[in-house]
Design a protein around this ligand. Structure first.
Ligand SMILES: [Zn+2]
Length: 260
């Protein structure tokens, strides 16, 4: 029964999304992934530990058509306009927990050799181009990738410094890892589950914002990246672009660069 349900969902989803996009068309904002324009983006939903949902009130939503998150629109803007990813040749790109909207773009770029991996959590469906990998124990040689995109992953990983070291190891010298995570900029230090602790979903949600997060990073996130050997860069966006692409004004693109 679930199989038939999923099958119908897959068939009907594109026309449902086109209908939503048409209903919310307007001139206030634009999705740079699918090109559609809207009066406002779709309010984002989060899920409580008890399974109920709620609206996230940070003023930035997902695209009605392609479901892009504000952080994906921000990153795509930087990748195309500043990093010029479309001009790269023989470019080895590792995408961890791949956002579909970005994967669709990368897969069409002839100069990119694209590798997509995920930890394969039960209950989730993965595209056929995604293979299994554990970010704390990557099955890749040293210095393989020119770029790694690994967004909103480290807050789920218990041993995040091991993951950071692995990301650094598989990156080429001068390579860049895009490592965006939720950060509480008002907190100096990260609040996290201790190595031997297993908090309840409710407690994790209360302290870290989501039942499946094991920490809420503070401003020391950047120091943690530097401690394993990365050089950190922050990309912020001007107010007119934040409005045009309906970005989260407090969310920067975080780049972790491997020095020579
Ligand atoms: Zn879109």
């Amino acid at each position: 029964m679930a199989g038939i349900k999923d099958f119908l969902k897959d068939i009907l989803r594109p026309s449902y999304r086109s209908m939503l996009a048409a209903m919310h068309a307007g001139d206030e904002c634009r999705c740079n992934l699918c090109g559609k324009r809207f009066a406002a983006m779709r309010p984002r939903k989060g899920r409580h530990a008890d399974g109920s949902s709620f609206i996230i009130k940070d003023g930035a939503g997902t695209c009605w058509k392609c479901n892009s998150y504000p952080r994906v629109r921000a990153l795509w803007h930087w990748l195309v306009n500043d990093f010029k990813i479309q001009e790269k040749v023989d470019f080895e790109l590792l995408h961890i927990a791949p956002e579909q909207q970005l994967a669709d773009k990368f897969l069409k770029m002839p100069g990119i050799h694209y590798t997509a991996v995920d930890k394969f959590c039960p209950g989730y469906k993965y595209a056929n181009y995604v293979s299994h990998a554990d970010v704390t124990d990557l099955h890749f040689h040293d210095s393989m990738f020119d770029m790694i995109v690994c967004n909103h992953v480290l807050e789920h990983v218990k041993n995040d410094s091991k993951a950071m070291s692995e990301l650094l190891r598989v990156l080429k010298p001068n390579g860049t890892a895009v490592l965006m995570v939720p950060i509480n900029m008002e907190a100096e230090r990260t609040d996290e589950e201790k190595p031997d602790e297993e908090l309840s979903g409710e407690e994790r949600e209360r302290r870290f914002g989501q039942p499946d997060h094991v920490r809420m990073y503070g401003r020391d996130y950047f120091e943690r990246l530097e401690n394993v050997g990365f050089h950190v860069e922050h990309i912020a966006f001007p107010a007119d672009l934040v409005k045009e692409l309906e970005l989260n004004p407090t969310e920067e693109v975080i780049l972790a660069v491997k020095s020579n």
